[in-house]
Design a protein around this ligand. Structure first.
Ligand code: HEC
Length: 118
């Protein structure tokens, strides 16, 4: 790792920490396996809500609104982030350790959640 890469990585992780707290960064947290909709909702609230807004409320104007997005699009996009086909350091980090099952349950959760701010 070059110094620049190291610095970049640290900067991103600290930003992630700042925004979401420890649970927001799966790189730090324990790996959970999301199965039930209730678990998906919890993951969404704690791991995505800091940036994308908790259920039904979009709070952060700097991140895209994913609530109510199509399930297929969400699932594919999250896989692309995880597999580094789509590069965005924050999302790459958040999603890095997720299983297909977790991604699918999150995609289902966000596609079914209705936003008041669409
Ligand atoms: C640290 C802030 C942060 C966290 C936490 C975060 N995201 Fe993101 N997310 C972003 C940013 C910034 C973008 C825009 C990146 C880009 O332009 O590619 C984004 C983009 C996305 C997109 C693509 C939207 C589109 O229109 O293409 C999806 C889907 C997504 N995030 C889902 C999630 C999910 C699910 C979680 C929780 C597991 C999550 N994000 C957690 C910051 C975050």
């Amino acid at each position: 790792m070059t110094e620049l890469t190291l610095f970049r990585t640290l900067a991103i992780y600290s930003l992630c920490l700042l925004v979401t707290g420890l649970s927001g960064c799966s790189v730090f947290g324990k790996q959970s396996s999301v199965v039930t909709p209730a678990e998906a909702e919890k993951t969404a609230y704690y791991q995505c809500g800091g940036c994308h807004g908790p259920a039904n409320v979009r709070v952060n104007f700097m991140t895209p609104n994913i609530i109510g997005q199509k399930k297929g699009y969400l699932a594919q996009t999250l896989r692309d982030y995880r597999d580094k086909k789509r590069i965005e350091p924050l999302m790459n980090g958040v999603i890095a350790n997720m299983s297909d099952q977790e991604i699918d349950s999150l995609a289902a959760y966000f596609s079914n959640t209705q936003s008041d701010n669409k």
